[in-house]
Design a binder for this molecule. Structure first.
Ligand code: C5P
Ligand code: C5P
Ligand code: C5P
Length: 464
């Protein structure tokens, strides 16, 4: 069977359901996936309920109803078919749309998964969108949400943006008129909301001498180039407000600056995805900031708010989402600073830190990813933390970068193997993975991970 056959089959299964329950994950990709499916089934007049889970694990299964609706598991499920089976769900009651690695189980549920087809740069929202488009071609406007899921789950390649089916989806959005893809744009977070000099000063990959971590330096640099930093009303301008000539001037001055210091310019540019139907300077205006807002809702236990925003709310619910975004960003900033200030322990093959009970387990992975940009990017980072509601369990999050994955490192495989050895369980992606392990096994776990990573890097390069 081809991937397109799987999509067609899934769309027919969903279209013929009397009612559906969408079971999804609480991160940006999970929320975008749920919103796409909820919108698509709603347009098809199929009633739906949604359940958001932090993780598909034994304690969470009680939230999966045992009624006669079709259960659509999205952004989770591939690796937990045994749990779905133990929960008593029959083959014909389930469909899984996922991009995580599958684990064998007795019942092989119907599934659309891009990994067996060698597609690694596609999020669950991408798959959900492709199914929705099969259900009805008028669902093409939902491509925008799939772009948010793809960008939120870091599916864009450094430098060239979304690739393969994820790129086709972005182009669907361009055709639908609610996505604009800007290639060779500045690769910085906050292009739509941060004042330009602040945006540049946050750029840490590559580190730009005199500008990174130096808002005053960045301001001087822009002033010297003759860039107006404020608009006619005295408001700070953002990168997106700049005309193409202004952008060109800044870009070539940045290149010059980097070259003069012998730094590579590879990662200075990337493709950005702007949503022209959203208010300028709002966090919904580009894909990466939109994804942050969804993460904020989900990781602070209000994923349904994110879903409402995806499906069009711009009123009171949206205001709550913005409030959560402010909170999310300030806690992540604290976590990030905590990691940098405290410092990480190093083994030969990775670096790690235990944040104990200082930060919620739902965000430590995000902080780890951000801290990595200020640490040695050649070594994956691991963060341990305790769980507020269970002293016997420790959460583990790991992050690395594309280049390290290409050299043969697979965090998903490493965490699965090491957590099984200490009586825990893990999963995720080669580049970003997590696990739960018994409290007290951290030291052994660190040694095991070190051995596994050493083995992986000895085995060497693979195509990611
Ligand atoms: O897929 P999982 O929930 O569901 O991944 C979410 C986290 O993993 C996010 O923090 C995302 O940034 C990270 N991730 C990543 N690179 C990938 C996939 C996920 O950094 N290729
Ligand atoms: O790992 P994950 O994709 O979830 O992490 C990305 C997160 O980092 C976003 O949710 C956003 O809050 C934050 N971010 C940021 N500034 C950056 C890069 C990322 O605030 N420069
Ligand atoms: O929690 P964190 O953001 O670190 O998760 C990174 C990735 O690992 C996500 O894709 C998540 O779904 C996965 N994960 C997992 N099993 C766990 C914890 C995380 O599959 N126990």
């Amino acid at each position: 069977m081809a991937f397109t056959d799987d999509l067609l089959e899934a769309s027919e299964i969903i279209r013929s359901a009397d009612s559906v329950t969408i079971i999804s994950h609480i991160d940006a990709d999970g929320i975008a996936s749920e919103a796409i499916l909820k919108e698509a089934v709603g347009r098809g007049k199929i009633p739906s309920e949604s359940v958001f889970l932090r993780q598909l694990e034994p304690l969470m299964m009680k939230w999966v109803p045992k009624d006669d609706s079709l259960k659509i598991f999205v952004d989770l499920g591939a690796g937990q078919q045994n749990l779905i089976e133990e929960h008593g769900l029959l083959y014909e009651e389930v469909i899984i749309l996922d991009h995580h690695i599958g684990q064998p189980s007795k019942t092989e549920y119907r599934q659309v998964n891009c990994l067996p087809y060698g597609v690694t740069k596609l999020s669950a929202a991408g798959i959900a969108y492709l199914v929705a488009r099969e259900m009805d071609s008028s669902n093409r406007d939902l491509a925008k949400l799939a772009v948010v899921g793809n960008v939120g789950d870091m599916m864009a390649r450094e430098g060239c943006g979304l690739v393969g089916p994820a790129r086709e989806i972005a182009l669907d959005g361009v055709k639908a008129g609610n996505v604009r893809a800007i290639s060779h744009d500045l690769n910085c977070y906050g292009l739509s909301t941060r004042p330009i000099h602040i945006c540049l000063s946050y750029s840490d990959d590559p580190v730009i001498p005199g500008i990174s971590n130096n808002p005053n330096g960045a301001q001087l640099f822009l002033e010297r180039l003759g860039i107006q930093l404020r608009d006619s009303e005295g408001q700070w301008r953002v990168w997106e407000d700049l005309g193409s000539e202004e952008r060109r001037i800044i870009a070539s001055a940045l290149v010059e600056q980097l070259v003069a210091h012998g730094e590579s310019v590879d990662r200075l540019f990337g493709e950005s995805y702007i949503f022209p139907d959203e208010a300028p300077r709002s966090p919904l205006r580009n894909a990466s900031e939109y994804a942050t807002l969804l993460n904020a809702c989900g990781r602070w236990t209000r994923p349904a708010i994110g879903s409402e925003v995806c499906r069009g709310d711009r009123g009171l619910i949206y205001q709550q989402a913005e409030e959560m975004l402010r909170h999310h960003r300030s806690v992540i900033r604290e976590l990030f600073q905590y990691i940098i200030r405290t410092g990480v322990a190093r083994t030969e093959n990775f670096q790690w830190i235990h944040t104990q009970d200082q930060f919620p387990d739902t965000i430590v992975g995000i902080g780890a990813g951000m801290a990595l940009s200020k640490l040695d990017r050649r070594l994956p980072i691991m963060v341990f933390c305790t769980l507020p509601d269970d002293p016997e369990v420790v959460k583990v999050s790991m992050r690395t970068v594309d280049r390290v994955v290409r050299s043969g490192i697979d965090l998903q495989a490493a965490l699965c193997e090491a957590s099984a050895l200490v009586g825990g369980a893990g999963g995720g992606h080669a580049i970003a993975a997590g696990a739960y392990i018994p409290a007290g096994t951290e030291e052994t776990f660190v040694r095991r991970i070190d051995e596994i990573l050493a083995r992986q890097s000895a085995q060497g390069t693979k195509d990611c």
